[in-house]
Design a protein around this ligand. Structure first.
Ligand SMILES: NC(=O)c1ccc[n+]([C@@H]2O[C@H](COP(=O)([O-])OP(=O)(O)OC[C@H]3O[C@@H](n4cnc5c(N)ncnc54)[C@H](O)[C@@H]3O)[C@@H](O)[C@H]2O)c1
Length: 246
């Protein structure tokens, strides 16, 4: 298994769903994990600590740059390094286009796109100084395919791919790789909120015949976060059970 011993990883949206599974995977790999979330991540951190992981929670709204700056300063005081940033936090506010409000449009852009901009703004200078870093952003199968009711969400998930490719071009010379993972249909609080018929229709489209797990995505994050993936950058790794062949 890939080892991240001694490395410090921030995982945004790590309280539940994919981020929680990824936090477990990264702790198992020996990383010191910091969860950022607007929800209370203490129970998640306590549970993973009980399993032997080194993890702590900071309440951070990634749309607020000042909160990101404060949290990063605390991490630097505590550990003195940030090796890995997983921009996993995301929201949906699904509505067909004609019914979508400006608030539903802007809130999704704010979290899914501007949130990653904010975290990178604060963390990239630290990685550049260290001449090492691994940044993984979270796209979605729907950023490539589009989806009914998701003009806002799909725009952000396609946008994050362009952001990833561009930032990778700028940071490669500092030893920083920037990649994206595009999950397919994954079991989480986000997917649990969907109607059953949507879930069943989704699974019917997946050649491997099952919904994905948070750990499936956590291991994709882990590969891209590893030292061994140093020649992989500006790439989007699709993890969708074959639902979309790129
Ligand atoms: N579940 C899926 O099927 C699926 C598919 C494709 C892509 N994704 C993407 O994977 C990522 C994780 O999704 P999930 O299914 O685990 O969702 P989820 O809703 O279960 O978890 C998302 C987490 O992000 C946190 N969050 C939301 N806004 C935040 C903010 N402003 N600051 C900090 N944290 C914030 C939430 O509180 C939550 O803990 C998202 O980017 C999502 O778009 C999920």
């Amino acid at each position: 298994m890939t080892k991240l011993d001694g490395q410090v990883a921030i995982i945004t949206g790590g309280t539940q769903g994919i981020g929680e599974g990824a936090s477990e995977v990264f702790c198992e790999a020996g990383a010191k994990v910091v969860i950022w979330d607007v929800l209370d991540g203490q129970p998640t951190a306590a549970r993973i600590t009980e399993q032997g992981g080194e993890i702590f929670f900071q309440k951070v709204d990634i749309t607020q740059r000042s909160q990101v700056e404060t949290a990063v300063a605390e991490i630097m005081t505590r550990y003195g390094r940030i090796d890995i940033l997983i921009n996993n936090a995301g929201i949906i506010r699904d509505k067909s286009f004609l019914k979508m409000t400006d608030e539903e449009w802007h809130s999704v852009l704010n979290v899914n796109l501007s949130g990653a901009f904010n975290t990178c703004k604060v963390v990239v200078p630290i990685m550049r100084e260290a001449k090492y870093g691994r940044i993984i952003n979270t796209s979605s199968i729907n950023g490539t395919m589009g989806a009914f009711g998701q003009t806002n969400y799909a725009a952000t998930k396609a946008g994050i791919v362009g952001f990833t490719k561009s930032l990778a071009r700028e940071t490669g010379k500092y030893g920083i790789t920037v990649n994206a993972v595009a999950p397919g249909f994954i079991k989480s609080e986000m997917s649990d909120s969907m109607p059953k018929k949507v879930i069943d229709a989704g699974i019917a489209m997946i050649p491997v015949g099952r919904i994905g797990t948070a750990h499936d995505i956590g291991h994709a994050y882990l590969f891209l976060a590893s030292k061994e993936a140093g020649f992989v950058t500006a790439f989007t790794l699709h993890v969708n059970g074959g639902a979309l062949a790129i």
